[in-house]
Ligand binder design. Structure first.
Ligand code: ADP
Ligand code: MG
Length: 558
């Protein structure tokens, strides 16, 4: 991703985390668990593992560092490998679902929280790790929350069995420290001083009905009145929205007054190579405008941002326990997120944050976001816990999910045949097989059942596509055309066969990128689906599942 040309040792030693280096090492030596809190950019994620590694504190084990997002795990590992002047995948590596860039030599491993949870399923004591760093703890993703409990249990059991101790470091930007300390048995907390500059905050005077429109207006007002070297960072909710706003900005920029513009998107699904744009310096006189999801709120550091435009919204997963339907909805974000976003404007110099919502609106918002575990389906997590031999009902959680959420998820697992019907949940033979797949249990069941119906080939393709992001690409200025082109794939038998038609045609296309462009399809997501399919296939082979096709896929693909 990038070559580190700066005098890296000098820069590292100026990071706030270096000021507390001695105390940090001391606390790690003397305690099993500690909390480290510091502003984004203070050096937690990239430096703490290196500081520990340099001291060989970890003995012979590996240091694991979790991230809620795959893109963060990948880009940070790339950065740290560059800083350590080693090849990615040797001493420093990363592991995310369907992609493992580590080796037996790896000592510092960045991985998603979901992946570490899967590893815990196979080895609940996480024996290969001597230090586990749970990063971005304030985000309270379901996997991080469950990992809190897993590492607590692992610490206890490793002590009891006289195994090498497990050290745990909880890292976070600002968060509800009291709740965390209480949960982690009053462990020590280290605060890092952020090196931030003042940020002036402006609220919108009136309620904005359309935040995308308000964001675009604000961008161009600021564009006409601020010097070109002031970078803008705009918080939006997702890929499609970012693409829409990007398109509009480019159109308006043709007519607008002000310096030339470079617009860079930033969202979880973006390939690391494209992320490079965000960190690349623009030529003198060109303004950089970054359109980002909340990924830029905490996980990644972006230099030279002077103006933050905060729409005040975030996309959240929610779940309806009675219907089982899951959806992503756009919601007002918490006050903590508002402060965090504004802080991005004061990293290198004083800056300003423009909130596209009123001061009253801000005051009414909750201080912290609600943990994912109270609003998401629990079946995948429960299946992993049961597979790990952990009894879900006694599991120590910081916040318990609602009762009906647990029972609905257990019912689903029973209906799928993954767990026994009676008493404490126990994994069935089928459930054991299901847990081998790193996908939603429902999809795992589809694969396992497909062999009975002689359609494993088709099921694999379909589940691969369903486990990837949206494969259709419909740019706002070409919606109708995209819709027309799509019709040739559409099957009267329904969406699933439609998806299968697209996937099969994609596999056969020779110039895939070009073909996708012509057909309004997302090349990146389709090629990801191919990778997913390969991995799923190898798990099927590991389970001795016989290959079979019903002919809905016209050709054997692999
Ligand atoms: P934290 O985890 O506390 O938010 P990081 O360890 O991610 O901090 O980053 C520390 C510093 O390292 C940043 O302030 C920045 O100067 C530098 N840095 C980190 N990642 C990159 C990157 N990809 N490109 C350039 N600089 C980076
Ligand atoms: Mg970090």
């Amino acid at each position: 991703l990038q070559e580190v040309t700066e005098d890296i040792q000098k820069i590292r030693k100026q990071l706030p985390v270096y000021m507390v280096r001695g105390r940090l090492l001391e606390e790690i030596k003397n305690n099993q668990t500690m909390i480290l809190i510091g502003e984004t950019g203070s050096g937690k994620t990239t430096q703490v593992p290196q500081i520990i590694h340099e001291q060989r504190l970890e003995g012979t084990g590996v240091i694991a560092v979790t991230q809620p997002r795959r893109v963060a795990a990948i880009t940070i590992a790339i950065r740290v490998a560059a800083e350590m002047k080693t090849e990615l995948g040797s001493i420093v590596g990363y592991s995310v679902r369907f992609e493992d860039v580590t080796s037996p030599r790896t000592k510092v491993k960045y991985l998603t929280d979901g992946l570490l949870l899967r590893e815990a399923m196979l080895d609940p004591l996480l024996k290969k790790y001597s230090i586990i760093i749970l990063d971005e703890a304030h985000e309270r993703t379901i996997s991080t929350d469950v990992l809190f409990g897993i590492v607590k249990l692992a610490q206890k059991e490793r002590n009891e069995k006289n195994l090498n101790p497990l050290k745990v470091i909880i890292m976070s930007a600002t968060m509800d420290v009291d709740a965390f300390r209480k949960y982690f048995d009053n462990c020590p907390v280290i605060y890092l001083e952020g090196r931030t500059h003042p940020v002036t905050i402006y609220h919108s005077k009136l309620k904005q009905e359309d935040y995308q429109y308000a964001a675009i207006c604000t961008i161009f007002q600021l564009h006409a009145t601020t010097p070109a070297d002031h970078g803008f960072l705009v918080f939006l909710t997702g890929q499609e929205e970012i693409e829409t706003v990007m398109y509009n900005i480019k159109q308006i920029a043709k007519e607008a007054a002000g310096p030339p513009i470079r617009v860079c998107p930033l969202y979880a699904g973006l390939p690391p190579a494209q992320q490079l744009q965000v960190w690349k310096e623009t030529p003198p006189g060109v303004r950089k405008i970054i359109l980002s999801t909340n990924i830029a709120e905490a996980s990644v550091t972006i230099p030279h941002i002077k103006c933050v435009i905060d729409t005040g919204v975030v996309k959240e997963r929610t779940w309806c326990t009675s219907t089982g339907a899951e959806r992503l909805s756009v919601r007002a974000c918490a006050q903590a997120a508002g402060w965090q976003r504004a802080g991005r404007a004061g990293r290198t110099a004083p800056g300003a944050a423009y909130r596209l919502y009123t001061a009253d609106d801000f005051k009414r918002r909750p201080h912290h976001p609600s943990p994912e575990i109270v609003r998401c389906p629990l079946a995948p997590t429960l299946l992993m816990l049961v597979a790990a031999g952990i009894e879900p009902t006694n599991f120590p959680l910081m916040d318990s999910p609602p009762r009906d959420s647990i029972s609905a998820s257990l019912t689903l697992l029973k209906e799928l045949g993954a767990i026994d019907n009676e008493g404490t949940p126990k994994l069935t033979v089928l459930g054991r097989k299901m847990s081998a797949f790193p996908i939603d249990p429902k999809y795992a069941k589809v694969l396992l059942t497909a062999t009975e119906y002689n359609c494993l080939e088709e099921a694999l393709s379909l589940v691969a596509v369903l486990s990837s992001e949206n494969i259709f690409h419909s740019p706002i200025h070409k919606r109708e055309e995209a819709y027309k082109v799509k019709q040739k794939f559409v099957s009267p038998l329904g969406d699933h066969i439609t998806l299968l038609n697209v996937f099969n045609a994609y596999c056969k296309a020779s110039l895939k990128k070009q073909w996708c462009k012509e057909n309004y399809l997302n090349h990146k997501n389709l090629s990801y689906a191919i990778e997913v399919r390969k991995q799923l296939l190898s798990i099927c082979q590991g389970l001795n599942m016989a290959s079979s096709s019903c002919g809905a896929a016209t050709d054997q693909i692999f």
